[in-house]
Design a protein around this ligand. Structure first.
Ligand SMILES: [Fe+2]
Length: 313
């Protein structure tokens, strides 16, 4: 590993090869894998461009691994968009999503909500009196009583957050409201210190790839919108600082790949099943999902797996 240059590593990373977690502690040879997760984020299923087949291909690829994952976690933006779509279009997208899942899913699944899964927030005046306005529709389809929650699995504690916060007027920003933040504080406080924690959010809490999503430096300053990376990252990272057992945070949203280590927590932005919304690669990121191995000593591996999808007309 020592002989690898940084350039080699970036090239390897772009090709989806697994890299050792260089900033983590040396690997304990006695560690045992506790759980293998397939993280499928930003599926953005829609009737066009063969997206349903693409979603199917990603699920099949993940489930067809010789060394099978134990579960799937979806990372949000499950459908192309319902923020500004009418009821018919939203219904069509959810029905594709659920039928592809039903026909192909063999593994247990946990869902995360993304901004595009929220109905009508881009045209609040038109949709706000609908009974399925906002997150109601997505929660109903996904069988969730709340868009955020936590559970224990194979010796790890897994927290699924809801990043999508309604702004005044139309649109959203990336943050936890006070109620969810207080819940998170309480949830973390209950986890035994020896239990490692994985945090899942749709929008990254911290990400570096967002710098390169467009010409964000053109004003002479780096400009990263609050809808791209959690605008409340400061209070979240301050909270995590009290809990060294928070090991790993995973997200989607950017359709890009990165790994940031801050205060000992590893933050991974894990690409997109749909690449650039089924229209090809998005910058350096191609159609893929991530295999995550969680080990009994609190260590982990995070590997992006392209599933070979060819863009459809
Ligand atoms: Fe997305």
């Amino acid at each position: 590993m020592d002989s690898l240059t940084r350039r080699d590593m970036l090239a390897a990373s772009a090709g989806g090869i697994m890299l050792p977690n260089l900033l983590n502690a040396p690997i304990n040879p006695k560690r045992k894998r506790a759980l293998r997760i397939a993280h499928l984020t930003d599926i953005h299923v829609q009737p066009e461009r063969g997206a349903a087949k693409g979603m199917e291909a990603a699920i099949e690829h993940a489930q067809g691994q010789k060394d099978k994952p134990n579960m799937i976690i979806t990372g949000g933006d499950l459908i192309m968009d319902s923020l500004g779509a009418d009821a018919d279009r939203t219904r069509t997208q959810w029905s594709i999503f659920t039928s592809v899942l039903k026909a192909n899913l063999e593994l247990p699944v946990e869902h995360t909500i993304g901004n595009h899964d929220v109905w009508g927030w881009n045209d609040r005046a038109k949709y706000q009196n609908e009974s399925k306005f906002g997150k109601v529709w997505a929660c109903e389809v996904l069988g969730l009583t709340k868009p955020y929650r936590s559970f224990d699995k194979a010796g790890w504690h897994i927290i699924i957050l809801d990043s999508v916060h309604r702004k005044e007027g139309n649109g959203y920003t990336a943050r936890l409201d006070d109620e969810q933040f207080e819940w998170l504080q309480g949830d973390l406080a209950k986890v035994p210190a020896k239990t490692p924690i994985l945090v899942v959010s749709h929008i990254p809490i911290i990400a570096v790839c967002s710098m390169f999503d467009g010409e964000n430096e053109k004003t002479g300053n780096w400009v990263i919108p609050g809808a791209w990376v959690h605008i409340d990252a400061r209070r979240i990272k301050d909270l995590f600082k009290k809990y060294p057992n928070v090991k790993m945070c995973i997200s989607g949203h950017e359709h890009l790949l990165d790994q940031v280590v801050y205060n000992g927590v590893n933050y991974f932005c894990n690409g997109a099943v749909c690449g650039g919304w089924w229209g090809g690669d998005y910058y350096e990121c191609t159609y893929g999902y991530t295999l995550i191995d969680l080990f009994d000593d609190g260590s982990f591996e995070n590997r992006y797996v392209p599933f070979g999808w060819k863009t459809q007309p």
